[in-house]
Design a protein around this ligand. Structure first.
Ligand SMILES: Nc1ncnc2c1ncn2[C@@H]1O[C@H](COP(=O)(O)OP(=O)(O)OP(=O)(O)O)[C@@H](O)[C@H]1O
Ligand SMILES: [Mg+2]
Length: 381
């Protein structure tokens, strides 16, 4: 997995140029934005490079950042070795200091020291969505939860795999035009590496989600080991992987060992709830009860069957509900623009809170950015 580096307070483009062409992803932020990055819910880069070449003081927010995110690596670039400032930096938890004249070798060595432990400890999380019945809204939820998360965290880290091996429609929901598919990945598991995988996925322009799409051709039976290899690869290269799994694809349902949560998508119709019960029982037996949860799609508070009834019949808790808005869902589908992007949509907050909860991101209260809008687009009421 290549490193994500954020350069804070760059005085010129020298640092960026020194790092260019080394397979790292670089972003730039102003010093004032360090406060937003220090918030508990802010997605972290692997390494922050703090450019102090034109100041003689540490930003006070550095201590906050290291306190909130002790695993974020920080490298300070300064015009000279200043013992007083270096001591202050060490107290803030920063031990890497590179002084002028800055060389690529020195900078890289410092980045490697602070970044490698973080990368090594990373193991992505996989969440599978399985519809209890056709048409309940499984793809809508998988696409929108992935989109909400990609918007909030670094979008290079969110993958959606359409496990309808043939003729699935996640690409349509994302407005993406994939050239390759999950079938191509499965047929070439012996070649799986970062470059090959990147050539198979398509990145959605509107959301940043990486999509491994369904094939536009019939695909024969798949080998369970190949599915497992693909999932292992995904979790070591993406922080979050979402799977849109058809309930008819037994081989996929049999390969979910590495998956953290299996969400069965149901609605408030008796037939769907019964199906959800059957699927949940089989999945609980195989993967344990804690991983299996229910999402109720197109939730209606007034409906005869409520969430307690569903939990009782299915035997697993209703963890999330998504309200119903058919017109908005249809418009978004036809535009290929996920609802999670539409701040005014009634459905967007449901997708966002589901995404954050699944990812373990706590949003204690809306965090205001320096200028106007809040992190993740929240504003104080
Ligand atoms: N929360 C919602 N409110 C209203 N309509 C919705 C909602 N979610 C999905 N829909 C609509 O329901 C239809 C089916 O949605 P979707 O394709 O996501 O279901 P699915 O379970 O993936 O179907 P399939 O079994 O074909 O894969 C679509 O027209 C979609 O716009
Ligand atoms: Mg679907």
């Amino acid at each position: 997995m290549s490193l994500n580096i954020t350069i804070v307070g760059a005085v010129d483009r020298q640092l960026e140029e020194l790092l260019r062409g080394q397979g790292v992803r670089i972003k730039s932020l102003a010093v004032a934005d360090l406060l937003a990055l220090a918030q508990p819910s802010a997605a972290q880069p692997d390494v922050v490079i703090l450019d102090l070449r034109e100041t003689a003081a540490l930003p006070p927010t550095l201590t906050t950042l290291k306190r909130q995110h002790p695993t974020t690596g920080v490298v300070i670039v300064a015009s000279r070795m200043d013992p007083v400032l270096m001591l202050e930096a060490m107290r803030a938890g920063v031990n890497e200091w590179v002084a002028d004249p800055i060389t690529a070798a020195e900078l890289n060595a410092a980045i490697e020291r602070v970044g490698s432990s973080r990368v090594a400890s990373k193991q992505g999380q996989i969440v599978a969505f399985v519809g209890a019945k056709g048409g309940v809204g499984t793809t809508t939820i998988a696409v929108n939860v992935a989109s909400a998360l990609a918007q909030a965290v670094d979008d290079e880290r969110t993958l959606l795999m359409d496990f309808h091996l043939s003729y699935g429609d996640a690409a349509v929901f994302l407005g993406a035009e994939p050239r390759f598919s999950v079938a191509d990945a499965m047929e070439n598991t012996h070649r799986l590496d970062e470059a090959f995988f990147e050539s198979l996925v398509v990145q959605s322009k509107s959301t940043g989600v990486h999509l491994l799409a369904s094939a536009e051709r019939a695909v024969g039976a798949v080998d369970l080991r190949r599915i497992a290899t693909l999932l292992t690869f995904a979790s070591s290269h993406y922080r979050y992987t979402f799977l849109d799994v058809p309930r008819s694809e037994a081989a996929v349902l049999d390969s979910l060992e590495g998956v953290a949560s299996i969400l069965i998508v149901a609605n408030q119709e008796l037939a769907t709830v019964r199906n959800a019960g059957r699927i949940a029982a089989a999945l609980r037996q195989r993967y344990g009860k804690d991983r299996v949860k229910i999402v109720v799609s197109r939730y209606d508070k007034q409906a005869e069957i409520n969430t307690e009834d569903i939990a009782r019949v299915v035997g697993s808790p209703v963890k999330y509900t998504v309200p119903s808005d058919y017109r908005a869902a249809l418009t978004s589908l036809n535009k290929g623009r996920p609802l999670a992007l539409d701040k005014d949509s009634r459905l967007a907050p449901a997708f966002q809170s589901m995404a954050f909860d699944l990812a373990g991101i706590r949003v204690e209260k809306p965090v205001e950015k320096e200028r106007g809008g809040g992190l993740f687009g929240f504003r104080r009421k």
